[in-house]
Design a protein around this ligand. Structure first.
Ligand SMILES: NC(=O)c1ccc[n+]([C@@H]2O[C@H](COP(=O)([O-])OP(=O)(O)OC[C@H]3O[C@@H](n4cnc5c(N)ncnc54)[C@H](OP(=O)(O)O)[C@@H]3O)[C@@H](O)[C@H]2O)c1
Length: 354
């Protein structure tokens, strides 16, 4: 079988290779899934470029440690190279380990979540049953391959952390991203109001109808002035930033009193200048969000509540992800390049069926 592997960190993707390897049998507790499609996410690029590793090395619990971990308990190590990327995808359960109820799983089409060192960018993937969700026939493979990470991120940040209320204004960067378009859709559904920041007019036009109630084009318009106009002079109660750099700086300057901002990505830059009094004079709060860590911190009941809400919303089509292009596994490098192209209106997938 073939897998995509990260051999070493690289900005130019030279560390990404297609490798032929033996297919390993599932352990007694695992399902073996023949992958059909897998998502290409910015987090895959974070692994490819070494962004996570560089970020983790700055954390206190990794100080002077040779192997950085994602958690303070040092249970979740950053993968060593070579490793297989890919956070989610869809496939068919082809075989089951001896301890798995095969009547429940064998032959089922499932959405799977995984990650390096054993991610979804491989023809056959062994996962635990808790990493798989059986799918209704009506859900297309393209949506199934994208149904967990971004929808759950949008839902968790707005409903469970910020607890956006009807009438609240929420400002978000990378307005044309899949996550932001889902936040806009959640706003329309639950009644909070959204402002999408996009870089240029082409992005605003290409994603028309899927952006927030208001759109600010950052290359043409003054963000603070537009937000002041839109919010009748008060500023926004909530903000979401996945861009960093000057965008994050400007976005935090738009918070109102007791406003709350969440940082959840670094598409442009890993840091920014913070004008301290933007938080002090407003009593505003700035926090971070990382989905795996958030999920791990939830009680079973809270996690099930979020997943049940996600399933309900997904069934209505509210959390639909536009797909721009699909690439065969042997063109994974081209797929990653396509995922970084400016002005995309949808996600990129790997297609294992070609
Ligand atoms: N913390 C977490 O747990 C978590 C979970 C899921 C996702 N995320 C983050 O959420 C963000 C969005 O993910 P996604 O899958 O929704 O993205 P996506 O659909 O692949 O879209 C990426 C978007 O980002 C914009 N963009 C790219 N580089 C940019 C830059 N330098 N400055 C401004 N805008 C830029 C693009 O805008 P143009 O249209 O202008 O090209 C595009 O709209 C990513 O940062 C991802 O890592 C975080």
């Amino acid at each position: 079988m073939h897998t995509v592997q990260i051999i070493n960190s690289s900005d130019d993707l030279s560390g990404v290779q297609i490798v032929a390897s033996e297919r390993s049998a599932p352990s007694p507790e695992q399902l073996s899934v023949r992958m059909v499609k897998a998502a290409v996410h910015p987090s895959d690029l974070n692994y490819i470029r070494g962004d996570y590793r560089a970020g983790l090395e700055k954390l206190l619990w990794n100080y002077q440690e040779s192997q950085p971990t994602f958690d303070a308990a040092r249970q979740q190590p950053h993968p060593t190279m070579p490793c297989i990327p890919g956070g989610e995808g869809v496939g068919i359960v082809e075989s089951c380990g001896s301890a798995v109820d095969s009547a429940q799983w064998l032959g089922k089409r499932v959405a799977v979540t995984a990650g390096p060192p054993n991610g979804t960018w491989q023809q056959y993937l062994n996962v635990l049953p808790q990493q798989a969700v059986a799918l209704p026939d009506a859900l297309p493979d393209e949506q199934a391959a994208l149904m967990m990470i971004n929808p759950l991120t949008a839902l968790a940040m707005t409903r469970y952390i910020l607890k956006a209320q009807p009438g609240d204004w929420l400002l978000m960067s990378a307005g044309a991203s899949a996550v932001s378009k889902m936040v806009a859709a959640l706003g329309r559904h639950y009644g909070f109001k959204t402002i999408s920041i996009v870089r240029n007019r082409a992005s605003a036009d290409g994603n028309a109808g899927q952006l927030g109630d208001e759109v600010v084009i950052s290359e043409e318009q003054d963000l603070a002035r537009r937000v002041k106009e839109i919010t009748a002079g008060r500023g926004v109660a909530m903000a979401l930033d996945c861009v960093g750099g000057s965008t994050a700086e400007a976005l935090i300057g738009c918070l109102t009193e007791r406003g709350r901002a969440l940082l959840y990505g670094t598409l442009d830059a890993p840091s920014f200048n913070l004008f301290s009094r933007n938080l002090m004079m407003t009593n505003a709060t700035l926090s971070g969000f990382y989905l795996p860590g958030w999920l791990a911190a939830q009680s079973l009941q809270a996690r099930n509540e979020a997943l049940a809400e996600l399933a309900k919303l997904s069934a209505t089509g509210l959390l639909f992800s536009q797909v721009d292009a699909q690439y065969p596994l042997d063109q994974a490098v081209a797929a990653v390049k396509a995922s970084t192209a400016r002005g995309r209106t949808g996600k990129i997938l790997l297609d294992f069926t070609g």
